[in-house]
Design a protein around this ligand. Structure first.
Ligand SMILES: Cc1cc2nc3c(=O)[nH]c(=O)nc-3n(C[C@H](O)[C@H](O)[C@H](O)COP(=O)(O)O)c2cc1C
Ligand code: SF4
Length: 789
C-alpha cells in the first residue's frame, strides 16, 4: 500500500525536482551535447577527404586477386612469394569519392558567428631579410607560358629599378609541370634563414583533365593531410594568383571562367594561413588578358613594397587576408570538397553555451539537396577540343575514342621500303612492316624527363576517365593503322610484296606513349589481339602492381627500368605515386613470379648524367631480384622538344653507342660475377640498343635463340599444342621456352651490328656513312630522333 502511495506521488516529486534543479539539469545537458560535439568535431576535423594517398603514405588498398579465376591455365603468380601484401591502389574514381557527401543528420543548428582572427603577422625583418619572388606557371598550349615569361621579365626589371631593390632577389620562374610539387607546396623551399619567399602563380583553366588537376589535388591533399600543419605555407611572405581563361567559351565565373585559378587561390589561402597579398587577377585571353595582367602586376608590386618596408601584408590592400572573407572561404572550401557545410562549428557552439541563449535543436535536418555538389562525372581523357589532341594529331597519332592512340612508326615505313626494320626484328624476328604501335591509355602516372608530352599529357594515379570498350579500340586502332599503311602506297621505294604483307597486322607493340595497363579492360583487349593472332609486346612503367599481377600472359612483357635506385628513379621518372619505389619493387617481384609463363624483359633507357654512372651494381641487383629472360639496354633518344629542354635534357645526355656497349659489357660482367647466366645475345647499333639474355633459357645447342616462334605462341594459346609447364606432375600451361624460335641470325649477334644484309642501307647525300636517310646513325653517332618502340 505504502509502495502504491509512493508511486502515486512520483510525478509530483519529479515535477518538484525539475522546478528546483532545471537550471543545472539544462546546463548539464547542454554541456554533454557540447562535449559530444567537441569529440566528433576533433575527430572529423582532420579527416582525410581525398581519395589519393597522403604524402609518403601507403595508398588506400584493396585485396587484389593475384591468380584470377579466369586465368587458371597459365598464371604462376604465387601471392605468398611476393614482396607485397597482395594489395594495390583502388582504381575507383577518385573524384567521385571526393564528391561523396557525408551522410547523417545535422544534429545541432546554430547561428554562424564569424570568427575574428588576427591578420597574419609578417615574419619579415626588413632591415636584414631578402625577398625571393617565385613565379609558378602551368601551360598546356603556351599562352600562360608566354605571359609568365613576359611578366617575370618586367617584374625583374622593376625589382632592380625600385627604391627597395637591395631587398629583392632576382625573381625565379618555375614551370609547375617540371618541379617536385612537394619541394615548394608542403613548406616554403629551403634557403638561407634571411631569405623569405613570395609566390606568384599564373595558371590557365581547363574543364578537361589536365596536369593542372594534379597540382590542385596536391594542394588540397597537403591541406587535408593530418600529419601536416593545415597552413604549412604560412612561412611565405604572401602569395597571389592570376588566371587566364576564355570568356567566349566560359563567359562568367559561374559558367567556369578561370575556375581553376579560383581553386588554386582558395587552396593557397588555406595553406598560407590567409596570406593573399593581392586579389586573384583574371584575364580573358580573347580580350583583356594583357591589361588585366599589367594591372595585377602593379598591385603585386605595391604589396611587395609594403612587405619590403616592413608593413607586412598591409591593411589597405583589398583582399589581403581579411578575416571575415577568409572565414567565408573556409566554409566554401568544405563545400567544394563535397562535405556538408556544418554551421554548428564547435567554437560557435561554445559561444552559444556561454551566452545561454536558447539553442534551436534540430535532429532531423539535412543540408538541402540543391546545395550539394553533384557527384563528378568522368571526363574524356583526351577530348577532341584539347591541346593534347591537337599536339598528338600534329605528331601523326590517330586518337581512337578518347584515350587510345595509334601511330605508324618510322621503322614500319622504313621496312616497307626495304630499308631495315627496328631492333625487334634483329632480336625477336618482328618485321616492322607487320607491326602496329598503339596504346589504350594515353595517360600515365609518371612524368619521365625523356617524355616529350610534358605539360600537355593527361596524368593521374587512378583511372578516372570515360572508358571505351576494348572491341571499339581494337577496331579503331587497326582501321587507323591500315589507313596509314595505304597512304604509303604512292611513296617512292615502297616494295609491293611488303605493302601487301603489311595489310595483315601480325604484331602489336603496346607502348607508344602513356601506360597501357592503366586501361581497365587491358586483358580483354589483349585477348582480342591474341584471338586475331596478333602478338603482343607490352611495356609498363612498373607503377601498377595490381594490374601487372592480373594481366593475361602476353607474348613478351616489358618493365621499364629507368633507374637502379629510389633517388635516381624519382629524378628521372618523376612519378606521381608517392610510394613509387614500393610499387616498382612489387612489380619486379611479380615479374619474377611470372617469368615461366611469358617472356619477361627489363627495358633500360640510359640517360647520361641521370641513370648511368656508377649504377651498374644497382641494375644488377634489380636483375637478380626479377630474373627477367632478357635485358634490353638502349641509349635515350633526344626528341629536341622544349619539353625535353625544360626537363633539363640536352644532347649531352644522349650516350654514344660505344658508351651503351661499354655499360652493357660491365653489366654482363657484374651479373656473371654473381653467378648469373646472362650473356650479350644480340645488338642493333642502328637504334643504339643491345640485348642481354639468359643463356640457360634462350640458347639452343650453344647458340643464341632470342627469336620467337609466333605461330607456336598462338597455337599454345588456342590449345592446339600442349605446353610444358608442369606443376604437381600435371601440365598447367606453357613456358616461354615452348615458343622459342629460330637461332638469332649471324648478322644480329654481338659485334656484327645488327642490320639485316637483305635490306638496303641508304645514306643521306653528303652525310657519308654516318647517317642514313631515315635518320639512322652509325656506330659512333648519337641518335637524334625519337626512336619508336
Ligand atoms: C579544352 C579546353 C578547355 C578549356 N576550359 C576552360 C574553362 O573551363 N574555363 C576557362 O576560363 N577557360 C577554358 N579554356 C581556355 C583556356 O584556359 C585558355 O585558352 C588559356 O589561355 C590556355 O592557356 P595555355 O595556353 O597556357 O594552356 C579551355 C580551353 C580548352 C582548349
Ligand atoms: S612511362 Fe612512357 S609515356 Fe609515361 S611518362 Fe614515361 S616515357 Fe612518357
Amino acid at each position: 500500500m505504502a509502495l502504491l502511495d509512493g508511486l502515486g506521488q512520483l510525478p509530483a516529486e519529479l515535477l518538484y525536482i525539475w522546478h528546483t534543479y532545471r537550471v543545472p539539469i539544462l546546463l548539464s545537458a547542454v554541456s554533454l551535447v557540447a562535449l559530444v560535439r567537441l569529440t566528433v568535431y576533433l575527430r572529423d576535423r582532420r579527416e582525410k577527404v581525398s581519395a589519393s594517398p597522403a604524402p609518403s603514405s601507403p595508398v588506400k588498398k584493396h585485396l587484389v586477386e593475384l591468380k584470377p579465376a579466369w586465368l587458371p591455365e597459365n598464371t604462376t603468380t604465387i601471392p605468398s612469394l611476393l614482396n607485397i601484401d597482395n594489395h594495390a591502389e583502388e582504381d575507383t574514381n577518385a573524384v567521385a569519392l571526393m564528391a561523396k557527401a557525408r551522410k547523417g543528420p545535422k544534429t545541432v543548428k546554430g547561428k554562424k558567428i564569424t570568427k575574428k582572427t588576427a591578420a597574419p603577422t609578417s615574419t619579415f625583418a626588413h632591415k636584414t631579410d631578402k625577398i625571393q619572388p617565385l613565379i609558378f606557371f602551368q601551360s598546356l598550349s603556351g599562352t600562360t607560358e608566354g605571359y609568365s615569361a613576359q611578366f617575370t621579365k618586367v617584374l625583374t626589371e622593376w625589382t632592380i629599378g625600385c627604391d627597395q631593390s637591395s631587398i629583392f632577389l632576382e625573381p625565379q620562374i618555375q614551370d609547375l609541370s617540371y618541379i617536385e610539387l612537394d619541394d615548394y607546396f608542403i613548406s616554403p623551399p629551403k634557403a638561407d634563414s634571411n631569405v623569405k619567399h613570395f609566390y606568384l602563380i599564373l595558371v590557365p583553366s581547363y574543364n578537361i583533365d589536365t596536369s593542372l588537376d594534379i597540382f590542385i589535388e596536391s594542394l588540397q591533399e597537403t591541406h587535408n593531410d593530418f600529419r601536416i600543419d593545415t597552413a604549412p605555407l604560412s612561412g611565405l611572405l604572401g602569395y597571389s594568383v592570376f588566371g587566364f581563361g576564355d570568356k567566349e567559351g566560359w563567359p562568367t565565373e559561374e559558367e567556369g571562367f578561370c575556375s581553376q585559378a579560383r581553386e588554386v587561390d582558395k587552396w593557397m589561402a588555406r595553406l598560407t594561413g590567409k596570406k593573399r597579398a593581392y586579389p586573384l587577377g583574371l584575364g580573358d585571353v580573347k580580350s583583356d588578358a594583357e591589361e588585366q595582367l599589367q594591372e595585377w602586376r602593379v598591385g603585386v608590386q605595391e604589396a611587395l613594397v609594403e612587405i619590403a618596408e616592413g608593413r607586412g601584408l598591409g591593411e589597405g590592400v583589398p583582399g589581403s587576408g581579411d578575416a571575415a572573407e577568409s572565414d567565408e572561404e573556409d566554409i566554401e572550401d568544405k563545400d567544394s570538397i563535397g562535405q556538408t557545410t556544418r554551421v554548428d562549428d564547435v567554437e560557435d557552439l561554445g559561444s552559444m553555451v556561454t551566452s545561454l541563449d536558447p539553442i534551436p535543436v534540430d535532429f532531423t535536418t539535412y543540408k538541402p539537396r540543391s546545395k550539394l555538389k553533384p557527384t563528378a562525372t568522368p571526363k574524356e581523357m583526351v577530348p577532341t577540343s584539347s591541346p593534347t589532341h591537337a599536339a598528338l594529331t600534329k605528331q601523326g597519332y590517330s586518337i581512337i575514342g578518347s584515350h587510345s592512340g595509334v601511330k605508324i612508326c618510322r621503322w614500319t615505313k622504313s621496312a616497307l621500303r626495304g630499308r631495315g626494320s627496328c631492333y625487334k626484328f634483329s632480336f625477336y624476328g618482328i618485321a616492322s612492316h607487320l607491326c602496329m604501335e598503339a596504346t589504350p591509355s594515353l595517360s600515365c602516372s609518371n612524368k619521365c624527363v625523356f617524355c616529350w608530352r610534358h605539360g600537355t599529357n593527361p596524368v593521374g594515379t587512378t583511372w578516372r576517365w570515360i572508358t571505351d570498350a576494348p572491341d571499339l579500340i581494337f577496331d579503331g586502332i587497326t582501321t587507323a593503322h591500315y589507313k596509314k599503311i595505304k597512304m604509303m602506297k604512292g611513296v617512292p621505294g615502297v616494295r609491293a610484296d611488303r605493302f601487301a604483307e603489311a595489310m595483315r597486322i601480325r604484331h602489336c607493340a603496346l607502348s607508344l606513349v602513356g601506360e597501357p595497363i592503366f586501361y581497365p579492360h587491358i586483358n580483354e583487349l589483349l585477348t582480342i589481339m591474341h584471338s586475331n593472332r596478333i602478338s603482343t609486346f607490352l611495356v609498363c612503367n612498373a607503377q601498377h602492381p595490381a594490374q601487372l599481377a592480373s594481366l593475361v600472359p602476353v607474348t613478351q612483357l616489358y618493365v621499364s627500368i629507368d633507374a637502379s635506385n629510389k633517388d635516381s628513379l624519382r629524378k628521372i621518372d618523376r612519378p606521381l605515386h608517392r610510394d613509387f619505389w614500393e610499387r616498382f619493387c612489387a612489380c619486379l617481384d611479380i615479374l619474377r613470379n611470372r617469368r615461366f609463363e611469358q617472356r619477361t624483359v627489363f627495358r633500360l633507357t640510359l640517360v647520361k648524367g641521370f641513370n648511368m654512372a656508377e649504377e651498374v651494381k644497382g641494375y644488377a641487383d634489380l636483375v637478380e631480384r626479377a630474373l627477367p629472360g632478357f635485358v634490353e639496354v638502349k641509349g635515350v633518344t633526344y626528341c629536341g622538344t622544349s619539353a625535353a629542354g625544360s626537363a633539363g635534357l640536352t644532347m649531352q645526355n644522349v650516350p654514344f653507342y660505344e658508351e651503351v656497349a661499354e655499360f652493357v659489357t660491365e653489366l654482363e660482367k657484374e651479373l656473371s660475377s654473381r653467378g648469373m647466366t646472362y650473356g650479350i645475345g644480340a645488338e642493333h647499333a642502328h637504334s643504339c640498343c643491345v640485348l642481354l639474355a639468359d643463356s640457360t633459357r634462350f640458347k639452343k645447342g650453344g647458340k643464341w635463340a632470342t627469336r620467337i616462334d609466333f605461330e607456336r605462341f598462338f597455337d599454345l594459346h588456342e590449345g592446339k599444342i600442349e605446353g610444358s609447364r608442369i606443376e604437381d606432375g600435371k601440365i598447367v600451361g606453357w613456358r616461354p621456352e615452348d615458343y622459342v624460335g629460330d637461332e638469332t641470325p649471324e648478322w644480329a649477334l654481338w659485334g656484327n651490328g645488327g642490320f639485316d644484309p637483305r635490306d638496303q642501307r641508304v645514306w643521306r647525300k653528303g652525310k657519308g656513312p654516318k647517317t642514313d636517310v631515315d635518320g639512322n646513325e652509325g656506330m659512333a653517332e648519337k641518335t637524334k630522333e625519337a626512336l619508336e618502340f
